[in-house]
Design a protein. Sequence first.
Lengths: 317, 138
Amino acid sequence: MDLIAGVLAGETRAVARAISLIEDREPEAEALIDALYPHTGRALVLGVTGSPGSGKSSLVDRLIERERRAGRTAAVVAVDPSSPFTGGAILGDRLRMQSHAADPGVFIRSMASRGSLGGVAAATADAVKVLDAAGYPTIFLETIGVGQTEIKVVELSDIVLLVLMPGAGDEIQALKAGVMEIGDIFVINKRDLGGADKLREEVEYVLSFKNPQGDGPANPIVMASALRDEGIEELASAAADYRARLAENGGLVHRRRLRTERELEGALTRRLHELLDVHLDFSRQIHGWVDRLLRKSARPYALIDEQIRNFLKEARP
Amino acid sequence: MPTKKTRILIAKPGLDGHDRGAKFIARALRDEGYEVIYSGIRQTPEAIARTAIQEDVDFIGLSLLSGAHRELFPRVAELLRQGGAEEIKIIAGGIIPEEDIPFLKDHGILAVFGPGTSIKEIVDFLASQGHPPYQGKD
């Protein structure tokens, strides 16, 4: 398949097509990923998350600029939400990165969440593999603006940048239970706005309660302004230091192992779900089962046992 | 199971900054179930073509009010060809004089929608090209 050769050669068109196959769940996507898999694991995956409007895209834009100045290529996967009503989406993260649009050394892909929860799309993990195999040394993974539960990015990234901005009031208190725990590096963006120092103190306070048993080193806090191009060097070197320390203490290996485990579990579960349709016609039959349960002519676990027996009988070659 | 969705890039080449029409179209198409990539104003043809290829869109919708469409639109089509992506279809909107439409169609622009075009006309056109609104849920 010349698509594989194209991806490995880093050809833009091939990389873009490969990601579409994955997004659209075309049958050939799985063989493609298998073929690329031995070539993955070289890229640094930097997750970038934070509340809507905190400046994630603008920060990524600045970080790309820095990579390019150093002569390195870079890739971005930016996820925006799909409408749960129409399935449509407006993908606008590129707007803040269009200064790189004509640069062949930068690959930016917008991705709709297509019903996935957790702030990334089902296809995101495999899209990152394509970009990794294509040879991009750094892949930025920008999530949907997070609330409290959109934390899947941590499963896909080597390092997570959590972007905060002043003026969000007591938001930090609300965030501390969920999102605060997934950040490796805390970026206080828009540092020129009032309240940035107070936010820093609040972050320090919240971090002081963080479980010291985690695999990560101490969490750096970086004050930045993407708009004014300030603090970007500090942020980039904080990320590099953090990565080095993670590699030293085994954290990186541990995270990648965990990531592989989760991905495997997810993919296997998806496959089993598809097999349910193949062997039990699940999507249609479920309505009849629900009828039986509601009429109380069946009991839930007895019904499940019965169907699993049917499934195993059907699935036997 | 495959779940093919139609992706459309809405882009504004040239120097005019009037993006209300483009944003309106972007939202309307989103509401019809299309995935719309919006790349903003003042995009060069090079940036538009490269964006379309990276995003692997099915269509590019170009919007222009400044009058430079005779140069900029065919240039996008030419760059797509050079990038091996001639199957990406280009449609256009904005203020395009009637007499320019045959010229644009000869230069890789599939359809031109003038001011006052309804969303239904655009959706019907996309459907006629094999890209009906997405049916079903995620």
